[in-house]
Design a protein around this ligand. Structure first.
Ligand SMILES: C[S@@+](CC[C@H](N)C(=O)[O-])C[C@H]1O[C@@H](n2cnc3c(N)ncnc32)[C@H](O)[C@@H]1O
Ligand code: SF4
Length: 424
């Protein structure tokens, strides 16, 4: 009942926003904003992957890097008085082209007023001394690496062919011995086909034994264009049921808590006393690159997912934006609230600063209801998700991604032609 209510509320308040070809508002009224840079290439694309990415060919690097730099130039004037408060390079696999990343980051720093940490996503098979050096020289301070599982059988079952468990363990050792990054995080996945509870427990134990400072654990989410989504519909793959997923989720929370990690979101855990690694979640950000998404004011919009259209459009001096959604004021606040709950809590004063209205006035009955069911507790002005609330908020986040974000990705792929917006 509780989970049903949470899912319904998320769908109603955020999930039912429609994406269309309406023109978004390009930011010029911000003091600060995040920058998200998308690198949509992978050596061996995984069949479960929900992100916009294409098979890698080294010939793609130069034209793509130049196109990204051109898109950055398009925002130069518009963001001239805006501080860039975070840079996050995601994919795809950014570390497939470390020199290209360094070039893009240098260009962003020359163009904007950057005062932030820089985070980059990586694959184990790309990490070696030279790549780490290039990233550190480019100012990268936070590194995240996708492992998914330390079990070779599971990697095989999910079609993760770019590395095996040994390569992931070696890469973890390499990064941790190097010690140059302020934060290092790995991704594990759960609720995977053929994954047993004991196999998941072993994955968690290995991450903890290795002393990895931060671990993100993602439940498998299949978007309609994923190969594994189609395989499941055709009966070739069997997914875990909700009961097992809940059990796996509880095991994750308990294992990390017992090992002295703290949740920094419902899906990620950080060793006590260490800076957390995050992508752009609660904050507003401008997305650069093919398939990149942006979130500014009441607008959420996406660049074309087509590399050809992307390169052509920025080459012609227009923004590569293809679709967008405009939230009603209540939707903007609901999205902020759900992201804050995903991050396990927030200060009521932050909400008031942002929306010029108290969160208790805006979401009175919802908050009362969350409190009644023990999902949140109040400590002065601080709203904290409780241990009991972690699973319902995990489900709320899943619903948000499977409705709103999946819809955005599908619309972005179905509309490769950009709107030809000039940055005015
Ligand atoms: C965009 S990937 C980038 C990292 C890198 N390419 C890699 O795979 O190692 C970031 C993370 O998203 C997660 N991910 C990808 N597809 C997913 C899906 N369908 N459901 C849940 N998590 C997913 C994986 O844990 C992955 O490490
Ligand atoms: S999970 Fe990572 S490596 Fe696999 S396809 Fe997605 S972005 Fe590429």
């Amino acid at each position: 009942m509780l989970n049903y209510m949470i899912e319904r509320m998320t769908r109603k308040k955020i999930g039912n926003v429609k994406f269309s070809r309406t023109k978004p508002e390009i930011p010029n009224d911000k003091d600060e904003i995040g920058l998200y840079i998308h690198i949509p290439f992978c050596k061996v694309p995984c069949p479960f992957c929900a992100y916009i990415r294409y098979p890698w060919n080294p010939k793609l690097e130069r034209p793509y890097v130049e196109a990204v730099k051109e898109e950055i130039n398009l925002y130069r004037e518009r963001l001239s008085d805006v501080k860039i408060n975070s840079i996050y390079v995601g994919g795809g696999t950014p570390t497939i082209m470390p020199e290209g990343i360094a070039d893009i980051l240098r260009h962003a720093e020359d163009t904007f007023d950057v005062s932030s940490d820089i985070g980059v996503e990586s694959n184990p098979d790309d990490l070696n001394e030279k790549t780490l050096e290039l990233l550190l020289d480019a100012g990268v301070s936070k590194l995240s690496m996708g492992v998914q599982s330390f079990n070779d059988e599971i990697l095989k079952a999910i079609g993760r062919r770019s590395h095996d468990a040994k390569q992931a363990l070696d890469a973890i050792e390499l990064v941790m011995d190097n010690g140059g990054f302020d934060t290092f995080s790995i991704d594990l996945m759960f609720s995977l086909p053929t994954q047993s509870l004991s196999s998941l427990k072993r994955d968690l134990e290995i991450a903890i034994e290795k002393g990895v400072p931060q671990v993100a654990t993602y439940p498998l989410l299949l978007f309609p264009y994923c190969k594994m989504y189609r395989d499941e519909k055709e009966g070739k793959v069997k997914l875990q049921n909700k009961k097992i997923e809940k059990c796996m989720y509880d095991t994750i929370v308990d294992s990390f808590t017992d090992a002295g990690y703290e949740p920094c979101s419902v899906w990620s855990f950080v060793k006590q006393g260490i800076d957390k690694y995050g992508s752009v979640e609660r904050d507003e950000y401008v997305g650069i690159g093919a398939g990149a998404m942006s979130s500014v004011n009441q607008y959420f919009y996406a660049n074309t997912a087509s590399i050809e259209e992307y390169t052509r459009t920025v080459g012609e001096g227009a923004l590569p934006i293809t679709i967008g959604a405009e939230f009603q004021p209540e939707g903007v606040a609901a999205r902020w609230l759900s992201m804050s709950l995903y991050e396990t809590g927030f200060d009521k004063r932050e909400f008031k600063n942002r929306f010029s209205m108290g969160v208790d006035e805006k979401f009175k009955s919802f908050l009362r209801w969350l409190k009644l069911f023990g999902i949140i507790k109040l400590e002065g002005d601080h709203v904290q998700v409780t241990r009991k609330g972690m699973c319902p908020i995990h489900l709320m986040t899943k619903t948000f991604l499977l409705t709103f974000i999946a819809k955005a990705c599908v619309a972005c792929m179905e509309n490769p032609k950009p709107l030809n917006l000039q940055v005015g």
